[in-house]
Design a protein around this ligand. Structure first.
Ligand SMILES: Nc1ncnc2c1ncn2[C@@H]1O[C@H](COP(=O)(O)OP(=O)(O)OP(=O)(O)O)[C@@H](O)[C@H]1O
Ligand SMILES: [Mg+2]
Length: 347
């Protein structure tokens, strides 16, 4: 299980106290600086059951949930084997997350990191999320320094590299991306027991990335695929956001929501759950504007229901602001014209 007290945590605390006492200008940024160097300050570890419940509460993602459960169960069984004096089967925990933007990759990575902490694989279980710009420098030598710094921050937690394929551009002669990959592979080996790396990105580009360096394929043997969400799942995700923040849809607005979400084409630029979130936030803006412009009623006179309710128009305008047009309302079923057979008989 996670060790009791990390000396770096103690150092951080001491410097924090000192900064507080002498009130140096910028002393309040000590925590940020320490975070940059050693990773974030940690709260108490959450029990596995709580993390599992949070994962289960995510809409859809059935195969993802199953795979995460299997990963964690394997670790638990291996720990029991070790306790019984049996040999552990060393398995690599590094993962590839394949999925379009907004399919829940970061959300699941963050939970998985905490689960690794709960079962004792990682001491801290924090998530350090970077993309190419966080690893690759512009000058010779800068990339190794930058990558090293990020890895140091991620030690005892999970390093999540989003759009990892950007590290292996097709024309890599003048590019420092491959250097970052080399450093990463080396450090993964050096810190085998202190670092889990998850690389994420669009399915079609990640295959190219994994083939770009022979060391990658063997270390990232497991893949978890995040499918695009169905319209029903997106409606449910939106519903979850409403409930969480205590908002309601007026009668009829549910239909509008479905029409907006059905208008998204699936794929790399659909936005998936991220679109649902942005739509929700945009709808709150629209609601606020509508209420503030209402000449019949001042803001002070608004009742509980007024400030809770999002209307059909709030949603439609929010969608348009995001460049999405709701699908046309389903009309009566088109009446079938005379069949070819019938026309043929009548001539
Ligand atoms: N299954 C789900 N149930 C509920 N909310 C979800 C689900 N999946 C994603 N979300 C919400 O959608 C938003 C985007 O999710 P997340 O950031 O995890 O996606 P991502 O795949 O990392 O996207 P990106 O590639 O854009 O970083 C977050 O606000 C998250 O809370
Ligand atoms: Mg993400």
């Amino acid at each position: 299980m996670a060790a009791s007290r990390n000396p770096l945590e103690e150092l951080r605390e001491t410097i924090g106290h000192l900064a507080e006492q002498i009130k140096l200008p910028g002393g309040d940024r000590v925590d940020d600086r320490m975070g940059e160097m050693f990773g974030p300050k940690l709260g108490p570890a959450r029990p596995l059951s709580e993390l599992q419940a949070e994962l289960d509460a995510l809409i859809g993602l059935d195969t993802v949930k199953e795979q995460v459960r299997a990963l964690v169960a394997l670790l638990q069984v291996q720990a029991r084997r070790k306790a019984h004096g049996l040999p552990e089967v060393a398995t690599s925990q590094h993962l590839v997350f394949l999925g379009n933007p907004g399919t829940g990759k970061t959300t699941v990575a963050r939970l998985l990191a905490e689960m690794y902490r709960a079962v004792g694989l990682l001491q801290k279980g924090h998530l350090v999320e970077v993309d190419r710009s966080g690893l690759v420098g512009q000058y010779v030598g800068e990339t190794a320094l930058k990558t090293d710094r990020v890895i140091r921050r991620a030690l005892d937690g999970v390093l999540f590299i989003d759009e990892a394929y950007a590290l292996a551009p097709e024309d890599h002669r003048m590019d420092f991306g491959p250097e970052a990959i080399e450093v990463l592979l080396k450090r993964m080996e050096d810190h085998r027991h202190r670092l889990v790396v998850i690389v994420a990105g669009y399915p079609r580009l990640m295959e190219m990335f994994l083939l770009s360096n022979p060391g990658l394929r063997s270390r990232f043997a497991r893949e978890i695929t995040f499918p695009d969400y169905s319209v029903d799942a997106l409606v449910a995700i939106f519903g979850q956001m409403l409930a969480q923040h205590e908002y309601l849809l007026e009668p009829g607005a549910q239909q509008m929501l479905r029409r907006i979400l059905a208008g998204l084409h699936s794929g790399e630029d659909s936005g998936n759950a991220r679109f649902a979130r942005t739509l929700f936030e945009q709808a709150l803006n629209r609601q606020a504007l509508r209420l503030s412009l209402d000449e019949d009623r001042s803001l002070d006179a608004l009742d509980r229901e007024d400030v809770m309710t999002l209307t059909e128009d709030d949603l439609a305008e929010a969608a348009r602001a995001l460049g999405e047009e709701p699908e046309p309302e389903p009309g009566p079923a088109p009446t079938a014209g005379p069949s070819r057979w019938w026309r043929w008989l009548m001539t």
